[in-house]
Design a protein around this ligand. Structure first.
Ligand code: SF4
Length: 317
């Protein structure tokens, strides 16, 4: 397999003494899409911010194209900031209301010293690819629709032709039909530009449509990581099953029917003993309450942190 473009190894992030991300590891290979799912408060945003180098990790490493982010200086650090771009969840907050779309698209070029007159034909091509007319160029963000603003955010992220695109809830707040358009657009752009995508989404329809692999995060820890079709069709962790059970159409055959997810993600300030999911888990027992489960690799390659994974037939010897 090719060298991972993005590699997290034992990545942890604390805010003061409060853990937000706990020893998360994964490799993301060129052209892949990995989605991080979990409830609010699971640490998804902290994870992607750390993976992008926006906040330094408390422990562990992030490597991009084989180089540790902490080792990058000067031109290498600038090249990383060019190669790794982000689509923000709230374009209204991410796009300056004082700037026109033209200025918003030109700004990354200026910051990275790219000659605008050389790059502008490519920007116009990008505008067309994201489905926006040139007439939006002289408009301000408040003069265009939410769907158009999302497309401007995508175009702005791609102006520098990055290799890694980090998409934070790329369809949040959009109408259903627009959500589908944005998913199709991202799939097309990934194919056309050879993008590698790290995505965070609450929307499991979007996750299913776009992902090669899925990482399920609970209280900052990766509790299940594996191929999307395995994790979404036959979850091995009780939390993944409960998360999916909240979306009925993911269980059309009633094969993995489970009760809805009770309670809320506990506070990371006072995490439960043993398995952090035990207060909400229908399979919890004394061992779960006392002992934090180690991560196991199942025979289908997925990694699961649970004393009693649901797919016992796949348990590693
Ligand atoms: S370790 Fe126990 S409490 Fe935790 S998810 Fe597995 S069965 Fe449930």
């Amino acid at each position: 397999m090719s060298l991972a473009l993005l590699s997290l190894d034992g990545l942890s992030l604390n805010y003061g003494t409060v853990p937000a991300v706990r020893a998360v590891s994964f490799d993301l290979h060129p052209g892949e899409t990995l989605s991080v799912v979990g409830e609010s408060g699971s640490g998804k945003s902290s994870l992607i911010r750390t993976a992008l180098g926006l906040v330094p990790p408390t422990a562990g490493t992030v490597r991009f194209d084989g180089r540790g982010l902490g080792d990058l200086r000067g031109r290498e650090a600038k090249a990383f900031r060019r190669d790794a771009q982000m689509i923000f969840q709230d374009p209204a907050a991410a796009l300056s209301p004082r700037m026109t779309v033209r200025s918003l698209l030109a700004e990354p070029l200026r910051i990275h010293g790219v000659a605008e007159w050389d790059a502008w034909p490519g920007v116009l091509d990008l505008l067309r690819r994201v489905g926006l007319p040139e007439s939006v160029l002289d408009k301000h963000p408040h003069q265009i629709s939410g769907g158009q603003a999302r497309r401007v955010g995508i175009a702005r992220a791609l102006v520098l032709r990055p290799r890694l695109l980090v998409a934070d809830e790329p369809t949040a707040g959009l109408d259903l039909s627009v959500q589908g358009d944005i998913v199709n657009l991202l799939v097309d752009l990934q194919r056309d530009f050879g993008l590698t995508i790290l995505m965070v989404s609450h929307n499991l329809d979007v996750v299913r449509a776009m992902s090669d692999r899925v990482l399920v995060l609970y209280l900052g820890r990766a509790v299940e990581v594996g191929p999307a079709e395995h994790v979404l069709d036959a979850p091995a962790h009780p939390y993944t099953r409960a998360l999916l059970a909240a979306v009925p159409r993911f269980d059309p055959g009633n094969r993995h029917r489970a009760p809805p997810l009770p309670g809320e993600v506990p506070s990371p300030r006072t995490p439960p003993s043993g398995c952090a999911f035990h207060p909400r888990c229908p399979l919890s027992d004394a061992r779960c309450r006392a002992e934090e489960p180690a991560e196991h690799t199942l025979t289908d390659g997925r990694r699961v942190a649970c004393h009693k994974p649901l797919l016992a037939s796949l348990a590693a010897a």
